[in-house]
Design a protein around this ligand. Sequence first.
Ligand SMILES: Cc1cc2nc3c(=O)[nH]c(=O)nc-3n(C[C@H](O)[C@H](O)[C@H](O)COP(=O)(O)OP(=O)(O)OC[C@H]3O[C@@H](n4cnc5c(N)ncnc54)[C@H](O)[C@@H]3O)c2cc1C
Ligand SMILES: NC(=O)c1ccc[n+]([C@@H]2O[C@H](COP(=O)([O-])OP(=O)(O)OC[C@H]3O[C@@H](n4cnc5c(N)ncnc54)[C@H](O)[C@@H]3O)[C@@H](O)[C@H]2O)c1
Length: 444
Amino acid sequence: MSTQYDVVVIGGGPAGTAVASGLKAKGKNVLIVESDLWGGTCPNRGCDPKKILLSAVEAKVAAQNLQHTGLTGVPDVDWPALMAHKRGYTDKINDGTLAGLKGQAIDTLHGEAFFQADGQLTVDGTVIATNDVVIATGQRPAILPVTGHEYFKTSTDFLDLDTMPKRVTFVGGGYVGFELATIANAAGADVHLIHHNDRPLKEFDQTMVQALMANLTDAGVKFDLDQDLQSITQEADGLHLKTATGFELVTDLVICSAGRVPNDDHLGLAHVGVQFGRHGIAVNDHLQTTNPHIYAVGDVSDTPIPKLTPVAGFEARYVVGQLTQPGAPIDYPVIPTQVYAAPKLAQVGLSAAEATAQPDRYVVNDLDMTTWFTYYRFSAKQALAKVVVDQTTGQAVGATVLSDLADEMINYLTLLIEQRLTVADLQRLVLAYPTPASDLQYLY
Ligand SMILES: Cc1cc2nc3c(=O)[nH]c(=O)nc-3n(C[C@H](O)[C@H](O)[C@H](O)COP(=O)(O)OP(=O)(O)OC[C@H]3O[C@@H](n4cnc5c(N)ncnc54)[C@H](O)[C@@H]3O)c2cc1C
Ligand SMILES: NC(=O)c1ccc[n+]([C@@H]2O[C@H](COP(=O)([O-])OP(=O)(O)OC[C@H]3O[C@@H](n4cnc5c(N)ncnc54)[C@H](O)[C@@H]3O)[C@@H](O)[C@H]2O)c1
């Protein structure tokens, strides 16, 4: 191991590993430091394990929808077997990621990176000399400071549960709350989702959110809106949750799904002049912190961009460019986001609400696709889309989709929006039929 590096990357998640690989490929002498699991949140305790568990939900919903139309019998989720399936993937991530980094001849260190008072970067006390640093330390689950907060478990605990408790409650109606409530409900738990106001998933189209909640309610999830949790107490019959209105609920497991906080408060950033706060590390439009030799990428950076794995990868590629051939400010493409519930809710670009405020420029195609061939085929319960079209160009500029296929449809729509394709452009292509892609020409 060298003692002098061109760049030290702090954090071995999607952002940090992509920076380290990119810089190494460009001939830089790089060290990457990780204090916990190599691979970070997404493959160990985020996107990937969540979507493996969702596979059983998808199969169960598909079977439920086809009852009386050619299929009999709805399968049960065998949680321990599903968890073993998940662990068959996640158990290999740490060693596999580390081996991948070593295979690229990237130096690695397991330990806690910290900037000492004299501005020196240390890993568990050992001083590391470097020209530049890239911070990619991600976020961790927020824990609401209610009485009895020590009883809270997090998404990390949920995604590694040995057995599914009878009663599970989520506090916070964001991505994590909706996604994990969907999984727990399909696995047979009695599920509540407590939210402090009447607008869960507030950044999504609210009529679509209402439709998603109606589907989940039908499936058995109970939404307790406008309930501000005050306390959790352990009693003989379970955990008692009490809210400000006097509402009370008894549960076996309570997951705090009220957001995530940046891992920026344990790095000694004040010792190197790096500004940070509760939204993350302050960066300019070159992802440079207030110390010009230190960059921040991925979930830990304070940007208005959604905190997602492909965004972490995009920012990582940009910073590799900055550290090898500095150039223009970062220019993000449109970014799709989605909630992997049942059905899935996805959106990209301009929202229907934003478009409606400019009626001279935009038109919103409000589509109920439930009876379309694509969804009739598997008796889908509901398939909705709102596609925003710029009337001057005929190009799609935004979309929201609620359906079992929304995760794929939103990527097609992202391509159409980014490539500025019109319906005429689409009709010059021949796409395989019958497929969801062959519906695209009917969306706008
Ligand atoms: C339950 C859940 C589901 C999700 N689902 C999706 C999804 O479906 N799609 C999607 O796009 N995104 C999803 N995300 C978000 C996604 O996981 C993150 O956007 C992504 O992991 C960010 O990558 P990152 O490298 O910035 O941070 P992380 O993956 O969090 O990696 C940061 C790493 O830095 C390490 N670290 C922290 N401090 C130090 C230190 N002092 N020294 C050394 N190392 C340190 C941490 O241990 C961690 O391994 C999900 C997140 C959660 C929690
Ligand atoms: N599918 C995906 O892409 C995906 C999935 C999971 C997580 N993520 C990433 O992780 C981030 C964090 O997800 P999250 O769901 O934890 O956070 P979030 O910010 O999406 O949602 C948190 C929710 O908790 C609510 N809340 C806040 N205080 C509360 C209180 N006192 N009581 C009840 N509710 C309260 C908020 O209003 C909000 O709706 C996301 O923003 C996203 O970047 C992405």
